[in-house]
Design a binder for this molecule. Structure first.
Ligand code: SF4
Length: 471
């Protein structure tokens, strides 16, 4: 069967070539998750705003088919919305948001994208395919969410060639290509139910946390092809391979394999936790804020003695109150600091520290006394993921807070709302922003706050669990 290559195939191809093959040969119907739906809705809002803007400049005609697009182009209309382009000979099809007639009489493709950075390579390929379909040397345009327009010209051609050649070779394969497991990609992939049994049946080493696919390939060449074989290996019997060099990393890999086989944890050393008054801290932020700068809508804390009602927070309804939220956060910390000695502000992963730094830069407050304390040498911030990663090998494929806390043999803490998560929180917050019914708005806010409270209770439970382990 001859498959047409679409620009949207680029993101699957970049993420996993097996997914690109399966999408064509064995497509599965899957509902996009709520976060992807939100992204798509925001993209459509931006596209509609761009259409309104272009309509002030040009007479814009909406295309309804490939033939209609060709006819509008032959007529030389100034701008075409939702163009449909196909080139059977090249095996390409594409639907640019806009075609804009250049002074030369050629059409210039343009897409509305909220941001370029997150999807850079796939966006380049996508726009490059439009140029191929139009056989134009004019640069393609990307109308960005922050009002800027990016131009993509001949510099993207090598990436487009690589994609088209790679896709053609891939689609000619009679079977899906063998790849390694990737926890971050596979767990959100619609083909996971098809692929996972294969990975498990062959005890693929890449199922293990921290084992890079390239390391798994080299280990297989050295005769260590399964998790059981790795679990039975010694540091001395494992060769130095890319992403797995040195006795420490090899020892960890062996223990990770053993943890998987026995469903047990291994202690490398005793976790050491800092002394002081622990305050658990977690933020919720909106990466889809209209200004394209992340807006922290909730700064949450769990204070001693750590009961559910010891939760404290700063909330802002809207990005225009972003500064107020930040100042509210700093004021809370000043108050805690006055009330408690030697605060340990515990959070999971580096996100909270990085966000504080970004806010300090955003508001030019790096010299502010509270900020200097937070980010300085005597910082109270403590990433509680660190003692986990440094000291423990867990029977898990991911070391996220929920992976560790929800596991019945580990922390065994369950969130009140089983559906909740950081992307869930963003979706709920964006619903909250749009909601006009005050009762529903309050309900959404209560739900989000409840989720954040459970997050900080979870880090408290993790702290207690680590203390029991080292006791
Ligand atoms: S489940 Fe993983 S390996 Fe399979 S297609 Fe999806 S991303 Fe690729």
């Amino acid at each position: 069967m001859q498959f047409l290559i679409k620009p949207s195939d680029a993101s699957a191809w970049i993420s996993c070539i097996r997914r690109a093959w399966l999408d064509k040969h064995q497509p599965v119907a899957s509902e996009p998750d709520a976060f992807s739906q939100l992204l798509s809705e925001q993209g459509l809002v931006h596209e509609a705003a761009m259409l309104t803007r272009l309509e002030k400049q040009y007479l814009v005609s909406k295309a309804v088919s490939v033939e209609h697009t060709q006819s509008l182009m032959r007529e030389g209309v100034p701008a075409i919305y939702q163009a449909r382009l196909i080139d059977e000979r090249q095996g390409l099809v594409g639907y640019p948001d806009f075609l804009i007639r250049h002074d030369s009489g050629q059409y210039q493709p343009a897409d509305a994208k909220l941001s370029l950075s997150e999807y850079k390579k796939s966006t380049q390929i996508q726009l490059g395919i439009y140029r191929r379909l139009l056989a134009t040397k004019l640069p393609a345009m990307v109308f960005l969410g922050d009002g800027r327009t990016a131009l993509l010209g001949d510099e993207i051609e090598p990436a487009v060639d690589e994609f088209i050649d790679g896709m053609r070779r891939l689609l000619d394969l009679p079977h899906p290509p063998a790849v390694r497991y990737s926890h971050s990609k596979c767990r959100i992939c619609p083909h996971e139910p098809y692929c996972r049994p294969e990975f498990e049946a062959r005890e693929d080493i890449s199922l293990l946390y921290g084992i890079h696919g390239m390391a798994a390939d080299h280990l297989a060449e050295a005769g260590i092809a399964t998790i059981s074989q790795l679990a039975a290996s010694t540091v001395e019997s494992i060769p130095d391979v890319p992403h797995l060099k040195g006795s420490k990393r090899k020892q960890r890999a062996i223990l990770q394999a053993k943890a998987h086989v026995c469903d047990e944890l291994f202690k490398l050393s005793e976790p050491v936790l800092p002394e002081g008054t622990w305050i658990h801290f977690d933020i919720e932020d909106n990466p889809l804020a209209p200004g394209c700068e992340r807006h922290v809508y909730l700064w949450g804390f769990l204070l001693p003695p750590y009961a559910r009602n010891d939760f404290d927070y700063v909330w802002t309804d809207i990005e225009s109150s972003d500064y107020d939220g930040w100042i509210g956060f700093l004021q809370k910390l000043d108050r805690y600091r006055a009330q408690h000695s030697r605060i340990v502000l515990a959070h999971y992963s580096n996100h909270e520290r990085a966000t504080i730094r970004k806010y300090a830069e955003r508001y030019d407050m790096l010299q502010h006394a509270t900020v200097a304390w937070l980010l300085g040498d005597e910082s109270p911030l403590f990433d509680i993921q660190k003692p986990v990663l440094d000291n423990l090998v867990l029977p898990l494929q991911g070391y996220g807070l929920k992976d560790i806390c929800k596991h019945s043999k580990l922390v065994d803490f369950q969130w009140e709302n089983a559906e909740s998560g950081s992307q869930w929180s963003v979706v709920q917050f964006n619903r909250f922003r749009r909601e006009t019914d005050l009762t529903e708005k309050q309900r959404l806010k209560t739900e989000i706050i409840g989720y954040n409270r459970d997050d900080v209770i979870a880090t408290r439970k993790l702290e207690e669990w680590l203390r029991r382990l080292s006791g």
